[in-house]
Design a protein. Structure first.
Length: 318
């Protein structure tokens, strides 16, 4: 088994997490190191430190292991060039794949963005296993999506496809950091849930939600909204209903556009949404052109905080 492990590397704005992953998607060992976002060479060195630590844990027999990397986009998965990631400003048009190959001569190196990689891991080993066509959404600080058709990630013409978090559903909605208005990310990601709650508290301050935030509306988070919902707080219930409506409308559009065999939900907000997945699906009835929306399962992702490691490994032919 040790000879068939690959390296999966998850690069974020503040950390690099890596793991040794087998052909069934099981992670056998992990390493973690701080990421240096404002210096290209030091950022690459952080990636190397995480990989080298894994190599020491389990030396490869017969050569270096394949290395899969998921990194913040935008990036080109074919060339392995990181184009202009907001959280890694030093890696502007940075040839990450070539740099990693230079450090590890002979290594197979594959790169994709985090949502695409996680979608592939869920399709191969996780909640989407056994389904030909998988739509994956990670909902957390932002919303990222990936589509896997018959085991292959759909990238579009230039590798820039499947930015589902930036599908606009309200042209008069709030301005998204991407420059568009009313993207689902700016309406239903974790910070958006907290923002709507804070706005309502300004008009209705007598709330369990505010008490849970220590009396400070600015301290409200999506996690606190979830707790207040189960404490039967009216403001939290209103925010949750709006969130479910928004996500159902968005995913209903996905059903009409792609008609996947399964929709998989991951990310930090997924645990908050877990009790409501059937409720989201029920909203598709009569709201989709597709006549069979309720035949499409809506399920939680298998991989949670390790989605990036598993996803990066899934990019390699294991």
């Amino acid at each position: 088994m040790q000879d068939h492990l690959v390296v999966g590397v998850d690069i974020g704005g503040t950390k690099v997490a890596a793991g040794l992953v087998d052909c069934s998607g099981k992670i056998h060992a992990q390493s973690r190191t701080p990421m240096v976002a404002n210096d290209a060479a030091l950022g690459l060195a952080a990636v190397s430190v995480a990989i080298d630590e894994l190599q020491r844990m389990s030396p490869a027999r017969g050569g270096i292991r394949p290395i899969g990397i998921c990194a913040p986009g935008p990036l080109n998965p074919t060339t392995g060039v990181i184009i202009n990631p907001p959280n890694l400003p030093a890696w502007h048009k940075y040839p990450l794949a070539d740099e990693v190959r230079r450090l590890y001569p002979g290594a197979v190196v594959e790169i994709d963005n985090d949502a695409n990689a996680a979608a592939l891991a869920e399709a191969k080993w996780g909640a989407g296993r056994g389904y030909p066509n998988v739509f994956y959404a990670t909902i957390g600080t932002g919303i990222g999506t990936g589509i896997v058709f018959d085991g292959i990630v759909y990238h579009g013409r230039t590798g820039s496809a499947t930015e589902g978090g930036h599908l606009g559903i309200d042209p008069r909605g709030p301005l998204c950091p991407c420059g568009k208005r009313g993207c689902i990310e700016v309406l239903a990601a974790g910070p958006a849930i907290a923002r709507r709650a804070r706005e309502k508290l300004a008009q209705r301050p007598k709330s369990v939600l505010l008490e849970m935030a220590g009396g400070n509306a600015q301290a409200v988070t999506s996690e606190i909204v979830a707790k207040a919902y189960w404490a039967d707080d009216a403001v939290a219930k209103e925010v949750m209903k709006e969130t479910l409506d928004l996500l159902a409308y968005w995913l209903g559009n996905v059903v009409d556009l792609v008609e996947p065999d399964v929709i998989v939900i991951g990310g930090g907000v997924s645990s908050m949404l877990a009790p409501f997945l059937d409720e989201i699906r029920s909203r598709w009835v009569g709201a989709c052109l597709n006549p069979y929306p309720q035949e499409i399962p809506l399920v939680l992702a298998h991989y949670k905080e390790d989605a990036g490691i598993a996803g990066a490994a899934a990019l390699c032919d294991t």
